[in-house]
Design a protein around this ligand. Structure first.
Ligand code: SAM
Length: 230
């Protein structure tokens, strides 16, 4: 059975999706989709041999070898240009997701939707999406085994309808999560605030040299308190 986290990511794939799941590990997500949806086709990409082999065996086990193509390689290099219409990248840090997208930018020609689930640093992913003409159309927070996960769905747009950058607060909290503020959002940011305040205390004790970083963090903790209404 697929985790809530991956089900949430999968829910952003349209019927008949032709997509890639990058960093697929066991290929659970593409197998789940291709079992339910006869028209769907997937590439499962993996950079490490162990997870690649796990993906190959999951796909064989479910009899999906004609629908899920497992490929060994770094990021989007496993794709040919114009091969897929959606890309899922889940379960990695936001900086890694952003660098995979940036390195593979020439493979995004036909990619209408990017679904990202950054474990940390979602801000980096949002900034990359914004700067590369993908507009965030939905965001969710999923709580699973005491962990909080953010899932982002972004669609390509031809012309920039707004031209302005997202505000730093929108990049940090997520433009849609900031509007909706689901209950897990409060849970996440209470936790992040406590962490940030501990870091600020430590930095203040450690040295005077980190003043820029400290004032950046203090500004962010003020944003968080504001969003939490305290
Ligand atoms: N996507 C699955 C999920 O969300 O449950 C698996 C997440 S797992 C924690 C991250 C996977 O990404 C690992 O199997 C790792 O080998 C793979 N990975 C890391 N960097 C990668 C890259 N540059 N290209 C492809 N796969 C990568």
């Amino acid at each position: 059975n697929l985790s809530e986290r991956l089900k949430t990511a999968a829910s952003y794939l349209p019927a008949g999706a032709v997509f890639a799941d990058i960093g697929s590990d066991h290929a659970y997500l593409p197998c789940y989709i291709c079992q339910k949806d006869d028209q769907a086709r997937a590439v499962a990409g993996e950079v490490r041999v162990g997870p690649y082999n796990s993906a190959v065996s999951t796909v064989k086990f479910h009899g999906l070898t004609n629908k899920v193509d497992v490929r060994l390689g770094d990021g989007l290099e496993v794709l040919s240009p114009n091969e897929v219409n959606q890309i899922v990248i889940a379960g990695m840090g936001g900086s890694l997701i952003q660098s995979i997208l940036q390195k593979g930018i020439d493979k995004l020609g036909t990619v209408e939707r990017i679904i990202a689930q950054p474990n940390v640093n979602a801000r980096n992913v949002r900034r990359w999406l914004r700067r590369n003409n993908y507009m965030i159309v939905d965001e969710q927070i999923v709580e699973e085994n005491g962990h909080i996960y953010e899932v982002l769905a972004a669609d390509k747009y031809a012309e920039d309808p707004f031209e302005e950058e997202l505000l730093e607060q929108q990049l940090l909290f997520g433009p849609i999560l900031l509007e909706k503020k689901p209950s897990a959002f409060y849970y996440k940011w209470e936790h992040e605030l406590a962490k940030l305040e501990r870091v600020i205390d430590e930095m203040k004790k450690a040295s005077e040299k980190n003043m820029d970083k400290i004032s950046q963090f203090e500004m962010e903790s003020a944003w968080i308190r504001e969003v939490l209404g305290r």
